[in-house]
Design a protein around this ligand. Structure first.
Ligand SMILES: Cc1cc2nc3c(=O)[nH]c(=O)nc-3n(C[C@H](O)[C@H](O)[C@H](O)COP(=O)(O)O)c2cc1C
Length: 188
């Protein structure tokens, strides 16, 4: 079977380091893992009044998440937390009450930032949100990366061999995690 992974990038920026990182990580995955970046830039601002008639982009995103066997969050840190666009997407897919698509999904998170602590605080906030939503989040290894010139190679891979090996270990553990925790019924 193929494991479909919903990759949720917490930046809308065209040249986003985190979107580039999502692409580089997908290259480290085995052939039976298919990463699809979930579009969040056309979601409206979450408004509870719309719960009974969610907008088409919200329904599309919820379907993509529901049909995935795993989640990968790749996010920058904004002002020591997660970007509003990511929280907006999470809130949309958690509603209406009782119809969240997050619960029980195996997940991991990574992040790259220009700051030296490499999204550590944002990831701690994200862990809290995902815990409440019953997402099964990988604890280790933690991935805090600092964006520097030449981080990515010309093909969109990881340029530095040590960093690449470190991220390969993360990917191998993530693959195990998804296989251990993904829903066997949904996987048929
Ligand atoms: C509104 C805003 C707040 C930011 N706050 C932080 C921060 O708290 N910590 C940090 O390391 N970098 C912070 N940055 C810098 C980001 O790391 C940098 O913009 C990075 O390129 C964002 O990721 P992206 O390239 O995927 O868009 C902030 C940037 C913006 C625009």
């Amino acid at each position: 079977m193929t494991y479909r992974i919903a990759a949720i990038v917490g930046s809308l920026r065209r040249e986003s380091f985190n979107r580039q990182l999502a692409g580089a990580l997908a290259k480290l995955a085995p052939a039976d893992f298919e990463f699809r970046q979930v579009r969040i830039d056309d979601l409206p601002l979450y408004d509870q009044d719309d719960d009974s008639h969610q907008a088409e982009p919200v329904r599309r995103m919820k379907t993509e998440i529901a049909e995935s066997q795993g989640l990968l969050f790749i996010t920058p840190e904004y002002n020591r937390s997660i970007p509003g666009v990511l929280k907006n997407a999470i809130d949309h897919a958690s509603r209406p009450y009782g119809q969240s698509v997050w619960a029980g999904k195996p997940a991991a998170m990574v992040g790259i930032s220009v700051g030296a602590i490499g999204t550590a605080v944002a990831q701690q906030h994200l862990r809290g949100v995902l815990g409440y939503l019953d997402v099964i989040t990988l604890g280790q290894p933690e991935i805090y990366l600092q964006a520097k010139t030449g981080f990515f190679d010309a093909n969109g891979g990881i340029a530095n061999e040590d960093t690449k090996q470190f991220l390969q270990k993360f990917m191998d553990r993530y693959v195990e995690w998804v296989k251990e925790h993904s829903d066997p019924v949904a996987n048929r």
